[in-house]
Design a protein around this ligand. Structure first.
Ligand SMILES: [Zn+2]
Ligand SMILES: [Zn+2]
Length: 395
């Protein structure tokens, strides 16, 4: 059976479950669930995949709402994972369109399964349920749990506005909480007795403002004061800042974080405050893969979608970045709204349930299934993707 026939059978299998996928996307949209609490969405997706003949395991990485659905007819061959997200945002619901991500992944799984059944070629398709992209990072936990150890490549779609494209780098993040401790005193009566923890914050923000000129352009440094004092007539004795640093490069991120900590220390030193620093790694920077990107783009084009020619860097951060440092990975962004509609907005939430979102769901499911089949049919492609991956992930 040639590759064209395989893709045709995948495509008609996806068309066959179109109504169900669209219904599922609507149900998930109407029942927004936050990070790690996506009980309904993950259950619905698991039930659908079980009904379609997948072997479904839940809580494979210790989260209530993660899952791993697998299918193969013959041992051996590559394992291609299609990633599902399904968490919503606080307040605005599915304003990032993850209802489409979860359902398109399930659709892609159904398509590949059909092609494997028809042809009997070796290979395994996984649909991975990855909770909490918007906060908590389910994929980070899945990487830590070793879920990607047997995976050869990972694919995912994300809805977007403007023209469809293949995602390039995303920003790595590192977060801080700075607590300054000074000494309270009457602000007018006895200021000489006080140690001003808000002054320390001022100096910290000013020091970072000076630092901005001397860091690479991709670096982002931003934060907020979460405690600024208790009363206007008391010298603040405790202040708190939450801060985030981002870069495309893990190495740059590490260096800049050291300098940001020095800025924080400057505030403490200048004022005589005590400083406590808490910090945590966030999502890693996404490593694009040209081999996978070219395949994914060609399949989207074959399905009639207009796609940008290049791999396009994004200024956000995603836990898909962590996956892209474990295995060759490709994250396509598929248009569901016109240029200018911002993600995480009410408009984007409405777009995630539009007719165009339905089209994007089916289109993405097919393009991901086709890309998985390309990789299963020609092992040299995966070898090339892996060579590129090993070189590229070093930064
Ligand atoms: Zn989002
Ligand atoms: Zn998102």
């Amino acid at each position: 059976m040639d590759l064209g026939e395989l893709k045709k059978s995948a495509s008609s299998a996806i068309d066959g479950v179109r109504e169900e996928l669209v219904r599922l996307a609507k149900d998930i949209h109407e029942n927004p669930e936050l990070a790690f609490e996506e009980y309904k969405a993950s259950n619905w997706l698991c039930s659908f995949l079980e009904k379609e003949g997948f072997l479904v395991k839940r809580k494979v990485a210790g989260m209530d709402t993660d899952f791993l659905a697998s299918f193969s007819v013959k041992e051996g061959g590559p394992t291609i994972a299609v990633l599902a997200e399904y968490d919503a945002l606080p307040g605005v619901g599915h304003a990032c369109g993850h209802n489409i991500i979860g359902t398109s992944a399930a659709g892609a799984g159904v398509g590949v399964k059909k092609a494997l059944e028809m042809s009997g070629i070796p290979g395994r398709v996984l649909v991975l349920g990855t909770p909490a992209e918007e906060g908590g990072g389910g994929k980070v936990l899945m990487v830590k749990a070793g879920i990607f150890k047997d995976v050869d490549a990972a694919l995912m779609m994300h809805p977007t506005s403007g023209t469809s494209r293949i995602g390039g780098r995303s920003l790595a993040t590192h977060s801080f909480q700075f607590d300054y401790y000074g000494k309270a005193a009457h602000a007018a009566g006895s200021p000489t007795e006080g140690i001003n923890a808000l002054d320390a914050v001022n100096i910290f923000f000013h020091a970072v403002a000076c630092l901005r000129q001397h860091v690479p352009e991709d670096v982002r440094m931003h934060g907020m004061v979460t405690k600024g004092g208790d009363a206007v007539n008391i010298i603040p004795d405790h202040t708190q800042v939450r801060y985030l640093v981002r870069s495309y490069s893990q190495k740059t991120l590490k260096k800049v974080c050291e300098r940001v900590k020095d800025c924080a220390r400057a505030g403490a030193l200048a004022t005589g405050c005590k400083l406590e620093i808490q910090e945590a790694d966030g999502y890693k920077a996404r490593v694009p893969n040209k081999v996978l990107s070219d395949l994914f783009r060609a399949n989207l084009a074959m399905l009639g979608e207009e796609v940008m020619g290049d791999i396009v860097d994004g200024k956000g951060s995603t836990d898909f970045g962590d996956v892209s440092r474990e295995v060759p990975a490709c994250n396509a962004y598929i248009k569901i709204a016109p240029e200018g509609v911002a993600g995480h907005s009410v408009e984007f939430r409405e777009a995630s349930i539009s007719e165009r979102a339905e089209e994007a769901l089916i289109l993405s499911a097919k393009a991901m299934a086709f890309t998985a089949l390309d990789l299963m049919a020609d092992s040299s492609l995966l070898l090339k993707a892996k060579e590129e991956f090993l070189k590229a992930r070093q930064d």
